[in-house]
Write a protein that binds this ligand. Structure first.
Ligand SMILES: NC(=O)c1ccc[n+]([C@@H]2O[C@H](COP(=O)([O-])OP(=O)(O)OC[C@H]3O[C@@H](n4cnc5c(N)ncnc54)[C@H](OP(=O)(O)O)[C@@H]3O)[C@@H](O)[C@H]2O)c1
Length: 298
């Protein structure tokens, strides 16, 4: 890999920063492509170069890929705003990166989606992730698709939001808190990207990336409460009530809760039996409990 070039679209994001650091650490020359590009803290500046690229712009995507040996797409959009839609970013943008990469002779492409991505899903976000996988495969058949469960790590939105909820006098649950999640450490997912790009034999494969342990939502809240030395009653709240709340929150400019997040919390998000996963990459992913102390101040 030493000296090979990789363009990381979304390389300034929560996952992207770790992917950039990991690839640069392994000797890749990394272009960090984003609308507001910057070299992430801790990334080797001699091997890392910021490049402005909006994945909605043909020319910018093509320029960011010029001379690249590999490409990574970890661009994100969680809340639609005006013309910045899930279709524009997750589907059309992802397809553009894949098509332009193939046309430019880029040998490897790794694209992130998520466990449960399904073009027929009721949630517009999950359905767009499903269509993104089809569009990427169509444009670049040898692409690697990485489907993580919910990511956690230092400064993540997932643990930070849960920690905020556990400060309330009564902690509301999504339903009865029985939805099963397999939170995956962001650094493990970054390592998986590096292993996949470093092994041409994996081209065209899909990996589902879940952490070392499965927890119910209730168990995760209990872990966080124990970690913070707090005791709080946990209150079941029906999903219908959450959907109404999220619809009302959607009227705010920066909604704290979206109907897509509620939909995600209503469905188990764990590795599908039989799917290729970390084990196939020779990795043992961390469980949330093992790394909670590093990720969330007590
Ligand atoms: N976080 C999770 O729990 C989780 C779980 C499963 C899958 N995923 C997937 O992992 C990916 C990364 O998530 P994240 O949480 O790391 O996201 P994030 O922190 O929000 O980062 C998003 C990145 O995308 C870039 N970006 C946004 N719009 C862009 C555009 N039009 N053109 C180019 N770059 C653009 C952002 O930089 P600029 O704004 O400067 O452009 C930033 O670098 C997403 O696809 C997400 O769906 C995340």
């Amino acid at each position: 890999m030493a000296g090979e070039r990789v363009t990381v679209f979304g390389g300034t994001g929560f996952l992207g920063r770790r992917v950039v650091r990991r690839l640069a650490g392994e000797g890749w020359r990394v272009r960090v492509a984003a609308q507001h590009p910057a070299v992430p803290d801790g990334a080797d500046p001699t091997r890392t170069e910021p490049v402005r690229a909006d994945i909605r712009q043909e020319r910018e995507v093509a320029e960011a890929l010029e001379g690249a040996d590999a490409a990574v797409n970890v661009v994100s959009l969680y809340v639609e705003q005006g013309s910045t839609t899930f279709q524009a970013i997750h589907v059309d943008g992802a397809a553009r990166v894949a098509r332009r990469a193939r046309e430019a002779g880029v040998a490897r492409l790794a694209h992130v989606s998520g466990i449960g991505s399904d073009p027929d899903a009721g949630s517009p976000y999950v359905a767009a992730r499903g269509r993104s996988e089809l569009a990427v495969r169509d444009a670049f058949p040898g692409a690697n698709l990485l489907r993580p469960s919910v990511l956690f790590g230092p400064d993540d939105a997932f643990l930070r939001n849960l920690a905020a909820i556990t400060r309330l006098p009564v902690v509301p649950l999504f339903g009865r808190g029985r939805t099963r999640l397999q939170p995956v450490y962001v650094g493990d997912v970054a390592t998986a990207f590096a292993r996949l790009l470093g092994d041409p034999g994996t081209a065209g494969r899909t990996h589902e990336l879940g952490g070392g342990a499965v927890y119910t939502y209730r168990e995760i809240l209990e872990l966080i409460l124990a970690h913070q030395g707090r005791r709080r009653p946990l209150l079941p709240v029906p999903f219908a009530a959450w959907r109404t709340l999220a619809a009302l929150a959607g009227l705010l400019p920066d909604p704290p809760l979206t109907t897509d997040q509620v939909a995600l919390m209503a469905t188990d998000n764990v590795v599908t039996p039989g799917a290729a996963t970390f084990t196939d990459l020779g990795m043992e992913p961390a469980a949330l409990a093992e790394r909670l102390g590093e990720c969330l101040p007590a």
